[in-house]
Design a protein around this ligand. Structure first.
Ligand code: AHG
Ligand code: MN
Ligand code: MN
Length: 335
């Protein structure tokens, strides 16, 4: 059985930068995700993790205690490895500057973007949640502190993206541009082992994932696509099936393995969409394309969008290419 570390070394030629630095990045990600795994697995037993922190975050959303715990775990873990120069997180209004120039003059080039805890509404009810991460090379000179431009890069500049799903088991899924690979945590030894080599979307999907409670707030194109999913019959003469967890990571993970489309369109309550471009949609779009699928905002490729601000939202759709193209067709024709 391959460990994640062994797999990274075996595939080092696909990474254009230092293998040692990549291992350091993963060492931070593994450490924080194991700390979260540990807390999640005893969530029912402790008030420390269940419930709201009482804070409203920059998104205007009620921050959960685990959102805060996960944010701190990742920030501390990245800081301690001296390999990252800046972090943007869903739970922090501004980006965080990590000034490690003195100790580490050459290793000061990685920018990390994270959604530390995705699917917060599922924490207290024992349903799958996740972490999403994404890594870029800074654009500003290495001697300076990072600037906002380092964080507002197009998604097509990502050098590493992935997620951790804390589900029936804890799985880390990532890509450096040579396919998508998943590693399951064996909690008894605290090691991630290769369990899902070369994940890709099945060509024909039959799942659609959308919060249908917003139906009356959707555009005509989205409504018609939902109708199409309900009426269209596949080979077994049955219509598509609906699955929606309410955690992008969980919904995406299932859809990539079983074949399905995830849609979070704009609606009357979220006129620009709900999901955040740089630390939710871009990493998932990168993985989608690496898994042979397509990710768009209904019109444009997600990875080509130029971000204008840190917490920018966007409509989002990802899944098998044919399903996403079908949805875009409905949007073109009906708006
Ligand atoms: P987060 O917990 O990081 O704020 O993200 C929640 C997001 C996403 O994961 C999920 O798919 C979506 O919000 C669910 O939104 P609705 O409850 O509006 O369906
Ligand atoms: Mn999220
Ligand atoms: Mn979150």
């Amino acid at each position: 059985m391959y460990t994640l570390g062994e797999f990274i070394i075996e595939n080092r030629d696909y990474f254009s930068y230092s293998t040692e630095e990549l291992l350091r990045l993963f060492s931070s990600i593994k450490l924080a995700s194991k700390a979260i795994h540990k807390e999640v697995n005893k969530a029912g037993l402790t008030e420390k993790i269940i419930g709201s922190s009482g804070i409203t975050n920059i998104q205007g959303e009620n921050q959960q205690k685990l959102d805060n715990f996960a944010h701190k775990a990742f920030i501390e873990s990245f800081k301690s490895r001296n390999v990252v120069c800046g972090i943007a997180s869903e739970e922090s209004k501004d980006f965080i500057v990590i000034n490690n120039k003195k100790e580490n003059p050459l290793q000061n080039q990685y920018i990390v973007l994270i959604d530390p805890l995705d699917g917060s509404s599922n924490i207290d009810v024992n349903v799958s949640i996740g972490t999403i991460f994404s890594v870029y090379i800074r654009k500003s000179p290495i001697q300076m502190n990072v600037t906002i431009e380092d964080f507002l890069q197009r998604g097509n500049q990502q050098i590493l993206a992935g997620y951790i799903i804390y589900g029936s088991s804890t799985i880390l899924v990532y890509s450096i541009g040579n396919g998508v690979h998943g590693f399951t945590l064996d909690p008894s030894v605290g090691t991630f082992y290769l369990s899902h080599h070369n994940l890709s979307f099945p060509k024909e999907g039959k799942i659609y994932s959308i919060n249908e409670a917003n139906y009356t707030k959707f555009s005509n194109g989205i409504r018609k696509f939902i109708r199409y999913c309900q009426e269209n019959k596949n080979k077994e003469n049955r219509s598509y099936t609906a699955r929606y967890i309410g955690s992008l990571v969980g919904d995406f993970h299932r859809n990539m393995i079983q074949g399905g489309i995830y849609i979070y369109p704009k609606n009357a309550s979220y006129p620009e969409g709900k999901l955040r471009l740089i630390y939710e949609c871009n990493p998932i779009a990168f993985l989608t394309e690496q898994a042979g699928g397509k990710a768009s905002d209904g019109k444009r490729r997600i990875l080509d969008i130029e971000p204008k601000k840190l917490h920018q939202r966007t409509p989002f759709v990802c899944g098998p290419t044919e399903m996403v193209s079908k949805l875009e067709e409905f949007m073109d024709n009906c708006g």
